[in-house]
Design a protein around this ligand. Structure first.
Ligand SMILES: [Mg+2]
Length: 302
């Protein structure tokens, strides 16, 4: 449903000049007299994004802040404030609310972000939490999904796959990485990996009206992806391409400046995994040649 709905919603929304970039990127850009505002919102639902009995409410609060700050990082924005809304199950609303809030406070303190306000509701459904995060844009322009050009190098941070084994609850939104890379002027487009390398790479190619060719042998596979593959029936590579919630940065880097790309920032590796190409679609390259790449990670013959 999501892609069709987003396309329709984008068409349906009234356009006003105050919104410089609306539906369809990691964040919206709102004009102001000073720096533009960068705004994003995300919800987490019990049973879909977390199992409350397994992770506990504090981790839910921390994840909620992290997923939103990850979107700000993908635009190279500086976070300023968050607004929290809680829909708490009636049976233990007070305790749950306080523990989630503690997680939100901890994560906000770590990133020097204010809690600007919010809303609480009690209902008979499961736990659902929402956060809106607001940041300030770079004066020289935000990283967008639409900036990739054929020839740009595809670069990812960190190691991918297997986030369900723990990383999806405990990750570092890549704000420091964005701060280190932005001044180099080498990043043309970016998003964060929330839906999986394949899907998020496809999002950049669609926004940038190009394609992407990935060298499968270069994808940095996490230890968790290798561990998950022992019982899942999928290969580690399929986990790395399809799993999602890595919250790493996926970027297009100017090939003329690729030598300026550091191999790591603060211990977070940066890896070139392929090239954006003019032929639309996702393509994989390995020893056996070039094949179409399924965004969800299914790889023929591996
Ligand atoms: Mg995102």
């Amino acid at each position: 449903m999501e892609h069709g709905f987003i396309a329709w919603a984008k068409q349906r929304a009234m356009r006003l000049p105050k919104i410089k970039l609306g539906i369809g990127d990691d964040c919206a850009l709102m004009a102001s007299d000073g720096s533009d505002w960068v705004v994003t919102t995300d919800s987490l639902c019990e049973g879909t994004h977390f199992i409350l009995q397994e992770c506990g409410p504090l981790a839910v609060g921390r994840k909620l802040v992290g997923v939103n700050l990850s979107d700000l990082a993908s635009m190279a924005a500086e976070p300023a404030a968050v607004f929290l809304s809680l829909c708490l199950p009636r049976t233990h609303a007070d305790r749950l609310g306080a523990e989630i809030y503690e997680g939100v406070c901890q994560a906000c303190q770590e990133h020097n972000v204010a809690i600007g306000g919010g809303d609480t509701n009690v209902w008979d459904g499961p736990l659902v939490v929402h956060l809106t995060a607001i940041g300030t844009a770079r004066a020289q322009g935000s990283w967008l999904r639409s900036g990739a050009r054929p020839g740009d190098k595809i670069v990812v941070s960190g190691h991918l796959g297997g986030s369900l084994l723990g990383k999806h609850l405990d990750f570092e939104p890549r704000l420091k990485l964005a701060r280190a890379l932005y001044p180099l002027g080498i990043v043309q487009a970016a998003t964060d990996i929330s839906d999986g390398l394949g899907v998020d790479l496809l999002n950049i190619t669609v926004a940038s009206r190009c394609g992407a060719e990935v060298d499968l042998d270069l994808i940095p596979i996490s230890n968790a992806a290798i561990e998950a593959a022992q019982t899942s029936g999928q290969s580690p590579l399929e986990h790395a391409i399809g799993d999602g919630e890595d919250f790493e940065l996926l970027m297009a880097v100017d090939p003329a400046k690729i030598s300026e790309l550091p191999s790591e920032v603060d211990g977070v590796p940066l890896t070139v995994i392929g090239t954006f190409v003019s032929r639309t679609g996702l393509w994989s390259r390995n020893k056996r040649g070039v094949m179409q790449l399924q965004p969800r990670g299914y790889v023929h013959g591996i």
